[in-house]
Design a protein around this ligand. Structure first.
Ligand code: ZN
Length: 167
């Protein structure tokens, strides 16, 4: 089982590399990522969150979960929506994040087929959140300074724990 990487691990801040070829290893990784997301009751998961700096995301669907490679936002609506968001890499932290209500994402399926996905509401939010991960961005970068200030103790605690673990 893949381990979920938590803030402030540097892998979460790296720009993830594109997948140019779907090797059997990559294919196995996609399956493992799906399982990890389900096991951790997430609704989305990105490569860097399991320590793999590659452009892979998992998005929870209504019936089944989907894996997308090399996702790129091609269009995002001017209309924004604010909703509570959390992240498996920042456990226990939830706050309202403003995101585009609709997006159009270009990506590849696990079979290597290029597809364009239209998403709105929660699905649009998940895509934006996971694509942020591929660019080394976290939800704490998406909130006003005062809100980040309010949770500084929690974040400091997470940084401290990380230090203790690596000793
Ligand atoms: Zn996240």
């Amino acid at each position: 089982m893949l381990k979920i990487i938590k803030y402030p691990d540097p892998v979460l801040r790296r720009q993830a590399a594109r997948i140019e070829e779907i090797t059997p290893e990559i294919f196995a990784l996609l399956c493992k990522m799906k399982l990890s997301m389900e096991k951790n009751r997430g609704i989305g998961l990105a490569g860097p969150q399991v320590g793999i700096s590659r452009q892979i995301i998992v998005v929870k669907g209504e019936k089944t979960n989907h894996v997308f490679l090399n996702p790129k936002i091609e269009f995002q609506s001017k209309r924004k929506e604010t909703d509570e968001e959390g992240c498996l890499s920042l456990p226990g932290i939830f706050f309202p994040v403003k995101r585009s209500a609709r997006v159009r994402v270009m990506c590849h399926t696990p079979e290597g087929k290029p597809v364009a996905i239209q998403a709105e509401g929660l699905a649009a939010r998940i895509f934006q959140h996971e694509i942020d991960h591929l660019q080394g961005k976290l939800i704490i970068d998406r909130i006003p300074f005062w809100q980040r200030f309010k949770m500084r103790k929690q974040l400091r605690e997470m940084r401290k724990n990380r230090k203790t673990q690596s000793l």
